[in-house]
Design a binder for this molecule. Structure first.
Ligand code: ZN
Ligand code: ZN
Length: 350
């Protein structure tokens, strides 16, 4: 059905969303180094290379004998789950594989199931990088239930894995708290033994192409733990990685927006009215400076994402969006001719 032909049961809010909102598709542009994605030429689709084996998440068959849980046998299930909350992801997965009884006791744990079923990439990335040896499911679940970037409070579509922090693409690439360096470079610059640094700081492994098995650490955490200089020059590191902000992607993963009340993922929307304003400003500009610097306010509004209720609020005070709504005769006519390339490409092109 064409977008202009509303369903008979479509509410007014649904029609407003259909006419005046669009979904961003630029989150993963230049993000090929994210931990669970394979490097490939730029394109709209990034292929997942690893999925969660069903055996990890499924419950055991209800028939068959159930043995005791060893020394944990005397504890009620609630206490066992309480213990699981303090286990790192790796230990918990081993515990689940110990016997049928441990799987039955933990299969309904909502923080575990919530993460492995809704944030598959995050879970796989945690396991592949080795971060699973210190991050817990409650930490991952907490980040999943947040919607906004914990650093700047805009919608955050990613998780920075070493600290399980929800973040936006911009903060992930520039915030000093998320800086990643190679373990060897840090130890060399700090004149410390590599073994001493790795004992003091949680390290993890890069899982990408030529950099596989490379040991990485969070610079801020290492600085704090070892009391080293905050401006320590770690140099170029392996293949120039220490000077490349994209090294941080190896410690990050997409994280869906999740409503913990309904236990479903939710979507974010951007405003077509604001998108059109930005497009028309850009159309009359012929300079070479980056557009987000020349038109900072228009760019910020055009690229801003809103949850559904926030978008409906924004719509009521956004004159260009209301104009689109009126042009569509409240959703009964197509406004495709008014949508710029910036809108139709989901912010990927201008
Ligand atoms: Zn942010
Ligand atoms: Zn708007």
């Amino acid at each position: 059905m064409a977008p202009s032909e509303g369903q008979p049961s479509e509410s007014k809010d649904d029609r407003i969303i259909r006419v005046a909102a669009y979904r961003r598709q630029d989150q993963y542009v230049n993000m090929e180094r994210l931990a669970n994605f394979v490097n490939q030429p730029p394109g709209p689709i990034l292929r997942k290379i690893v999925n969660v084996p069903a055996a990890i998440t499924s419950s055991p068959l209800s028939s068959g004998p159930v043995g005791p849980l060893g020394i944990l046998h005397c504890f009620p299930p609630e206490i066992i789950l309480e213990i699981c909350k303090h286990m790192d992801v790796s230990s918990f997965l081993k515990f689940r594989q110990a016997c049928r009884s441990s799987r039955m006791t933990t299969s309904d744990w909502h923080e575990f199931q919530g993460v492995v079923q809704n944030a598959t990439d995050c879970f796989i990335s945690v396991v592949r990088t080795g971060i699973a040896t210190w991050i817990t499911f409650p930490q991952l679940y907490r980040a999943m239930c947040l919607v906004y970037c914990e650093r700047c409070l805009t919608i955050g579509n990613f998780i920075y894995l070493p600290t399980a922090t929800r973040c936006c693409k911009r903060c992930l690439l520039i915030d000093p708290e998320f800086r990643i360096v190679t373990l060897n470079s840090f130890a060399r610059a700090a004149r410390l033994n590599v073994r001493n640094v790795s004992r003091a700081v949680n390290g993890f492994q890069c899982v990408k192409g030529d950099y596989r098995q490379l040991n990485l650490i969070n610079f801020a955490e290492a600085t704090k733990a070892l009391g080293t200089a905050q401006n320590l020059d770690t140099g170029r590191g392996f293949g120039g990685l220490n000077q490349n902000p994209y090294i941080r992607l190896m410690a990050a993963s997409p994280l869906p927006l999740f409503d913990h009340k309904t236990r479903t993922t939710v979507e974010a929307f951007s405003c077509k009215g604001c998108g059109r304003q930005f497009s028309s400003a850009v159309a009359s500009y012929h300079g070479r400076t980056a557009l987000h610097i020349v038109f900072p306010v228009l760019f910020r509004e055009a690229s801003r994402e809103h949850l559904r209720s926030d978008f409906l609020c924004h719509f009521r005070s956004c004159a260009p969006a209301i104009q689109l709504w009126e042009a569509s005769k409240e959703g009964s006519l197509s406004i495709a001719q008014l949508e710029t390339e910036y809108i139709t490409s989901g912010g990927r092109r201008i």
